[in-house]
Design a protein around this ligand. Structure first.
Ligand code: CP
Ligand code: NVA
Length: 307
């Protein structure tokens, strides 16, 4: 991997993504045999979380411990980045203590500023705009289930949000078609779509739909996420009305391929974007997907922190 940081899938080349997947497979196989490579012996990861997290926080912390390192969890009430002190001062000082920084925050620009002034690798653990660690894991999981990602019809039904953007970007990087159905006003924007197209050889890989049923036809993967992301709680009622009809339920699954796989980054809001019968049913791969966060992040840490 050539880049110092992982701020966005846009920073990665196809070769970088394949290198991460290769390392993931090796680390996962070793882990399942009961052995974890101690390649981060003595390394320390600073983890800044300004929003809630279960999967991201725990998987990064477990990854560091299993690889011989250590992680320090820093909430907003601990460091109050950008308020108690400037982001650039936080970046410069943390870089003198730790070997890498993971950050979950609101603005993508905060992560970019942190990266500009940090001399150690910075990993985006979710912003309002992007969730690259999730997208890497999602595509790794698709490859694991299908043997390849290129032939799967991937359909996202829901908000054109951080998770959808990063998934669209990784599809573009790998020349995979990405189908997305969103209610009016919640689509991926034309500006985002044209910038994503520039990541391809000029191919249209993003296909927009307003009708989730049309998008779901012959889908091999159906993916959804919450209708109300962290920070949007005040819009909850308006969003729930706008997204009614975009639920992943058995009626939607009937339109897809018989062996369709259902994905969700979690946390799920059962009865809203996904029904109990679907998330608990035979098509759901959401827990394998969640497990893979650990293995993919181990690969990322190995590739970035040992430079
Ligand atoms: N999918 C995901 O990032 O989960 P957390 O918000 O629990 O970290
Ligand atoms: N879109 C969701 C993803 C949570 C992992 C959010 O930002 O809250």
């Amino acid at each position: 991997m050539k880049c110092k940081d992982l701020l966005s899938i846009a920073d990665l080349s196809k070769a970088d993504i394949e290198e991460i997947f290769h390392a993931t497979t090796e680390l996962k196989e070793w882990h399942n045999k009961g052995y974890d490579e101690k390649c981060l012996n003595g390394k320390i990861l600073g983890m800044i979380f300004e929003k809630s997290s279960m999967r991201t926080r725990v998987s990064f912390e477990v990854a560091m411990i299993q690889m011989g390192g250590h992680a320090i969890y820093l909430t907003q009430s601990d460091i109050n980045l950008g308020k108690r002190e400037a982001v650039k001062d936080g970046a410069r000082v943390l870089s003198r203590y730790v070997d890498g920084i993971v950050i979950r925050t609101f603005g993508q620009e905060t992560i970019q500023e942190l990266s500009r002034y940090a001399t150690v690798p910075v990993i985006n653990a979710l912003s309002d705009y992007l969730h690259p660690c999730q997208a890497l894991t999602d595509m790794y999981t698709i490859k694991e289930k299908f043997g390849t990602y290129t032939q799967a019809k991937i359909v996202f039904i829901g908000d054109g949000n951080n998770v959808a953007r990063s998934l669209a970007q990784i599809c573009a990087k790998l020349d995979v078609h990405f189908h997305i159905a969103s209610p009016k006003g919640y689509e991926l924007t034309p500006d985002f779509i044209s910038r994503t197209k520039q990541m391809t050889d000029g191919n249209e890989v993003i296909h927009l739909y307003q009708d989730p049923k049309k998008a779901a036809e012959n889908a091999q993967v159906i993916y959804t996420d919450t209708w109300v992301s962290m920070g949007q709680e005040a819009e909850k009622e308006v969003r729930q009305q706008a997204f009614a009809g975009f639920q992943i339920n058995n009626d939607i699954l009937k339109l897809a391929k018989d062996d369709v796989k259902v994905m969700h980054c979690l946390p799920a809001h059962r009865g809203e974007e996904i029904t109990d019968e679907v998330i608990d049913g035979p098509h759901s791969i959401v827990y394998d997907q969640a497990e893979n966060r650990l293995h993919v992040e181990k690969a990322l840490l190995k590739l970035l922190l040992r430079k």
